[in-house]
Write a protein that binds this ligand. Structure first.
Ligand SMILES: Nc1ncnc2c1ncn2[C@@H]1O[C@H](COP(=O)(O)OP(=O)(O)OP(=O)(O)O)[C@@H](O)[C@H]1O
Length: 169
């Protein structure tokens, strides 16, 4: 059985990661499995917070599906330290003003949490600008265009996976 490269989706809070991933998982119901990657405790000194992630990712890969991880910048850096060969995708808001509006309209933030998220976003955008941080950057301005771009990145794997599933039946 062919296994597929795990996909890491990262980007500032409010950039649209969940929206895009939900759309993908509803269009391709049996192709993806979502892994929540946060552990319940902070990593101890020197520990790569990737052991839990690694096991979860491997378990999903063994099912033949494409593993999707929605993680923050620190999580991305941690995965890069493991031998998980993921594909790294950054979902980028058109700009910080739009990001702020989306977060406000979502209605999930207090003034305080909003400020924190926007500060964090700046650092995440800087990291994403560095060469080699991500394999793909998707600007999520128009949702349909962003979604098509995401699909374009994954379509080869989706096709191969669907063929494999057909053969198995
Ligand atoms: N292209 C878009 N145009 C307009 N609104 C959008 C677009 N993409 C997402 N949104 C809206 O922006 C808000 C933030 O999106 P979403 O919750 O998917 O972000 P997220 O990156 O998953 O955030 P978090 O990391 O906090 O979970 C949501 O209300 C969503 O409906």
């Amino acid at each position: 059985m062919e296994t597929f490269q795990p996909v890491v989706i990262s980007g500032p809070s409010g950039s649209g990661k969940s929206t895009l991933v939900k759309k993908l998982m509803s269009e391709y119901k049996d192709c993806f499995a979502f892994s929540i990657s946060h552990t319940t405790r902070k990593p101890r000194d020197g520990e790569i917070n990737g052991r839990g992630i690694k096991k979860a990712v491997e378990d999903i890969m063994k099912t033949g599906r494409i593993c999707i991880l929605d993680i923050d910048m620190q999580g991305v850096k941690n995965i890069k330290k493991t031998d998980i060969k993921a594909r790294f995708i950054f979902v980028k808001p058109p700009n910080l003003t739009v990001l702020e509006k989306r977060l406000r309209d979502r209605g999930t933030e207090t003034e305080d949490s909003l400020k924190k998220r926007l500060d964090t976003a700046k650092a995440e955008l800087e990291y994403a600008d560095q060469k080699g941080s991500y394999d793909h950057i998707i600007v999520n301005d128009d949702l349909e265009i962003a979604y098509e771009k995401l699909k374009g990145i994954l379509i080869k794997d989706i096709d191969a996976l669907q063929k494999q599933q057909l053969r198995a039946h």
